[in-house]
Write a protein that binds this ligand. Structure first.
Ligand code: NAD
Length: 501
């Protein structure tokens, strides 16, 4: 990408997408969408009422019988077409992300690429849905298992990955034969509507994929709807807990991924430059608005001072600016409110502020430059909270055991990483760390598409991680068939409980 793209200046209406067409909301409720780089409103998104959510669910329900009956070969063919189209339009999608989320274009392209990997995984759906078969389980009796879709399923997604996280959900859900209702974040909703257009263009039948925008009213309508069989949620921990408890109380299958506080442990033998590069990239990339961002460095022993020096030396080189400018490496935060909340940790979050990002950021827009706080401890606000912004904390400990204890005592368990040259200690860390994803000299260990993504503890409610093999499990239920083809020679009346013979 070589040229700077102008952000839109007019306020565009952003509608729902129901049964293959845009649907202008009639609830009388809507919300503003901003360009975070300028602070100006660029869109007004419809907020769905319960009736509008029902309209989307009915469209998905009507589309389900034909979609689930489509052969695996045809479904795979459609997924390949979707893959081609998303790949072809990845820059258009990325520009929508930058315009509403604020992340820099290169990062937005990375987001689309990681989502594409999940779509590519789903192109192998004929293989992924294979069941097991036991011939002659009993005399003349064969037993086999099959996987069937659940029906209408819903996804509720956060602002920070407006294209990728929905792809984590709709790609496997559709591949498994379900139809889908997406409730994306109201802060950056345009990528979801664009995705709906692409799916239609690729040949996915109307009603298979629907989008309803909105806030708690729309989410509650999804959670209450009797025709929705399962809900996937990604967002903050309090809402994840609420969604999980509400959905499961109504008999729905639910996976709800929550927030994080990812600790990066750096041992004294680590390569300081490599660890500093990793910490700066993982803390400030996407302005820290990643659930796998590193928000805390746990410096073990005498590594702390040289590591902090190396991180401080790198911070002034991070180019903060409009994400549409190819020179920018870090964009603004998503809203003014969120920016101000993140900045408040520099005021009274605890510890010693070494670099204050309020001092060196653009005036307009929702910017906060990279910030660094030393001396954080459990009990301090900046240690305990998921800040979700470009504020990196450092906690100093004396030993590896203290570092692991901090990781394991933290209520969150999304990701964690260790930086060391000692393979034995790294292996011990992998064994002991209580988190769903562990990086060894890798700061953001987001699993590739053929594994599954998910945390432990307050980072995940439910028992299935998202995408990959566990995603296929989540969006299907198994059926076991026991069959005997008529053999008159063995037929008889037998009132006893079936036994193998
Ligand atoms: P959020 O919880 O505020 O919103 C997520 C979704 O829930 C949105 O669609 C929103 O409209 C809806 N929502 C918000 N408030 C609600 C309420 N009171 N009742 C019902 N629904 C409500 O999260 P966010 O700010 O959009 O995203 C950031 C959070 O998401 C961070 O905590 C981050 O760690 C987390 N996240 C987690 C993962 C993961 O994989 N674990 C991935 C990305 C983001």
């Amino acid at each position: 990408m070589t040229e700077t793209v102008e952000a839109p200046t007019t306020v565009k209406p952003i509608n729902h997408w129901i049964a293959g067409s845009p649907y202008a909301g009639r609830s009388g409720r809507s919300g503003p969408v901003f360009n975070p780089a300028t602070g100006r409103q660029t869109g007004e998104v419809d907020f769905a009422s319960a009736e509008e959510v029902d309209r989307a669910v009915q469209a998905a329900k009507a589309a389900f019988p034909a979609w689930r009956a489509l052969s695996l070969a045809k479904r795979a063919e459609l997924l390949f077409a979707v893959r081609e189209l998303v790949h072809e339009r990845r820059e258009e999608i990325a520009k929508l992300l930058t315009a509403e989320h604020g992340k820099v274009l290169s990062d937005a392209m990375g987001e689309v690429t990681r989502g594409l990997e999940v779509i590519e995984f789903c192109c192998g759906i004929p293989h992924l849905l294979k069941g097991g078969m036991s011939e002659q389980a009993s005399t003349g009796v064969d037993v086999y298992s099959i996987r069937q879709p659940l029906g209408v399923v819903a996804g509720i997604t956060p602002f920070n990955f407006p294209a990728m996280v929905p792809m984590w959900m709709w790609a496997p859900a559709l591949a498994c034969g379900n139809t889908f209702v997406l409730k994306p974040s109201e802060k950056d909703p345009s990528a979801s509507v664009y995705t709906a257009q692409l799916l239609k263009e690729a040949g996915v039948p109307d009603g298979v994929f629907n989008v309803v925008h909105g806030d708690k009213v729309a989410v509650d309508a999804v959670l209450e709807h009797p025709d929705i069989a399962a809900v996937s949620f990604v967002g903050s921990t309090p809402i994840a807990r609420y969604v999980y408890e509400t959905a499961t109380a109504r008999g729905k299958r639910c996976q709800a991924l929550g927030g994080a506080k990812n600790h990066m442990v750096v041992l004294p033998d680590a390569d300081i430059d490599m660890a500093a590069d990793a910490a700066v990239s993982a803390a400030y990339g996407s302005a820290g608005e990643r659930c796998m961002a590193i928000s805390l460095v746990v410096a073990v022993g005498d590594v702390a001072d040289p590591l902090i020096d190396a991180i401080r030396a790198r911070i002034p080189n991070v180019k903060v600016g409009d994400g549409m400018d190819p020179a920018s490496e870090m964009g603004p935060l998503v809203t003014r409110e969120h920016r101000d909340k993140v900045a408040s940790y520099l005021e009274d979050g605890g510890g010693t502020v070494l670099v204050d990002g309020r001092e060196s950021c653009p005036d307009e827009g929702f910017f906060l430059a990279p910030s660094l706080i030393d001396g954080l401890q459990p009990g301090m606000r900046a240690y305990d909270d998921e800040i979700f912004g470009p504020v990196l904390g450092v906690t100093r400990v004396a030993t590896y055991d203290e570092a692991v204890r901090l990781v394991n005592e933290n209520p969150y368990g999304n990701g964690t990483a260790i930086f060391t040259r000692d393979g034995g200690v790294a292996r011990r860390f992998q064994f002991e760390a209580q988190a769903g994803m562990v990086g060894v000299n890798v700061p953001i260990p987001v699993p590739v598409a053929y594994y599954s993504f998910g945390g432990w503890k307050a980072s995940l409610f439910g028992d299935r991680h998202i995408y990959g093999p566990e995603g296929i499990d989540f969006y299907t239920r198994t059926k076991v068939v026991t069959s005997r083809w008529p053999d008159p020679a063995t037929s008889k009346v037998d009132l006893g409980f079936p036994q193998t013979r």
